[in-house]
Design a protein around this ligand. Sequence first.
Ligand code: PLP
Length: 412
Amino acid sequence: MASTTPSTPADVRTARLGEIAAAAGTPCYVYDAGVIRAAYRTLDDAFDGYPHAIHYALKANSSLAVVRLLHSLGSHADANSLGEVDVALRCGFRPDQIVFTGVGKSAGEIDRAVSLGLLAINVESPGELDRIDQRAVAQNVTAPVALRVNPDIDAKSHPHISTGLKSNKFGVPIDEAPALFREMAARRGLQPVGAHVHIGSQITTLEPLEKAAQSVVALAHALRGEGIELQHLDMGGGLGISYDGSPVADPVAYVRALVGATRGSGLKVAIEPGRVLVGPAGVLLTTVVDVKQFPGAKRFVVVDAGMTELMRPALYNAYHRIEPLVHRDGDATIVDIVGPICESTDAYARDRAFPPVRVDDLLMVADVGAYGAAMGHTYLRRPLPPEIMLDGDQWRIIRRRQTLDELLSLEE
Ligand SMILES: Cc1ncc(COP(=O)(O)O)c(C=O)c1O
């Protein structure tokens, strides 16, 4: 028997999600604005007056309404492509509130980034340093730059989202940094304003983040000794969230660790959080389209969302909590929850104990606000799903479902 009468706050929320799914269809993303606001305030307050800037990493979720919400809270922006720079500008960020990172910036990207006068372009290599200088000289401007250093620290997260090891493609080895800062200081088109480090994402312990912070603080001290005075230390993003209930580093302790490492230098701390700000705010609603089991084989719950809507399980074997929105009596069984895409990696959960569900039941995939919709794609000609912002009692569609005509509109 199914029960749906709302009585507790959780039931009210479930009823609201059911209402949204009925109106917008599934699959669809729903973000809770209150959760984003609370996460931002927690980080911001934790600085306790120490000079800082929170540059929201748009790569986690660059939907305009989400980016505008972060802007309204006082956030600054971290862009990982020129597209994200432009999204940030359209959402109201000033150029001097935007840092631009990217391991392979094209000539066009460099040219435009220089012309915009961003807070800093994070430089990834000696070659890129040279190219930025040339473009700045050609435009007769001085480009503020920060050097992205690779401190060779193991973030102890998934290998696909670790970026701070020597074997990763990001940044320059920290030993090379002093010489490159001298080079930047000597160039007519460059003004070194900061040092940048980002060692990976979904980092669940403080130790690697603190070590990375200490390494750039030591670098800034050494540079000061040579007369190169920086303005900010950009500690990157990377703080993880608890997808499966296991403990993760506390955001307040994280900020305190960064401030503790930096205080002696007096430099402003910049951070580039993505996941921790928006990850827990999002759920993906999906409908069961089939349930099947043959003798001696697995039980499959097939849903209408797949790796096109949410890549993380297929890409990183990532875990997401999944819950039915309707409670049915009966024992949990072991199931694979899979999408409709013709790829074996298209599974949201494998061998998971799951309550009984039937075709047409609604499921909720939790903690998908970061790297969910932002990584969505249209494989199998599946149009992009809608996104909804829930704010208190109100909800609104912030991106409607793409139509097939729109998807095909660029083609001959
Ligand atoms: C340069 C840079 N900054 C910030 C972030 C945001 O990371 P997270 O979402 O883990 O906070 C990323 C993502 O990996 C990144 O590449």
